[in-house]
Design a protein around this ligand. Structure first.
Ligand code: SF4
Ligand code: SF4
Length: 178
């Protein structure tokens, strides 16, 4: 028997090594939290549930074209409107659907959107989208993309219909909510 093996067996060095590791990690800051009582605050660039603004959307379809897996479905029609006394044609949105259950949250749709602020965005901090039924619950039409009906918003985040914007998930406009 080698000296090293003898010392290890006599002084239980393996056991002491294990106890040392346990003691060391007991003192360090934990990386996990007891979810759902506590939640980690997502970083500002975290991509989660979609926000959408029908008001800002100009029906350009850039997001639809940018999506690598074609899960954004847009329909629109031209309508004649009067601007400064002149008749002009304007695109009107009829359908804006996202099949979120297939989304890989790459953010390319948001990147392609030319409006300021973006009309489609994922920086909503909201990630609790688990459901027992994926086909209906995770298929979002334009009204639900704005109202967030059935979506559990991250604490402090409001639905796009209630004022959320890409840079302001709480919809406070920089002010504290009362
Ligand atoms: S985030 Fe989802 S919807 Fe947007 S481009 Fe990527 S896969 Fe398509
Ligand atoms: S890229 Fe933006 S403005 Fe264009 S259709 Fe998509 S959401 Fe609407």
């Amino acid at each position: 028997m080698s000296v090293r093996k003898l010392l290890t067996e006599v002084f239980h060095l393996d056991l002491l090594g294990g106890l040392w590791q346990t003691a060391r990690f007991t003192m360090t800051r934990k990386a996990t939290v007891p979810y759902p009582e506590k939640r980690l605050d997502p970083t500002p660039r975290f991509r989660g549930m979609f926000g959408f603004s029908e008001e800002r959307c100009i029906v350009c379809r850039a997001c639809e074209r940018a999506c690598p897996i074609r899960i954004i479905y847009i329909d629109g029609h031209l309508e004649e409107v009067e601007v400064d006394g002149k008749k002009r044609k304007k695109q009107v949105l009829d359908r804006y659907d996202i099949d979120v259950k297939r989304c890989m949250f790459c953010g390319l749709c948001q990147e392609a959107c030319p409006t300021t602020p973006k009309a489609i965005w994922l920086t909503t901090k909201t990630y609790e989208l688990a459901t027992y039924e994926r086909d209906l619950s995770l298929y979002f039409r334009k009204d639900r993309l704005q109202s967030w009906e059935g979506v559990v918003a991250y604490p402090g985040v409001v639905a796009p219909a209630d004022g959320q914007t890409p840079d302001d998930p709480g919809g406070t406009g920089g002010k504290e909510r009362g």
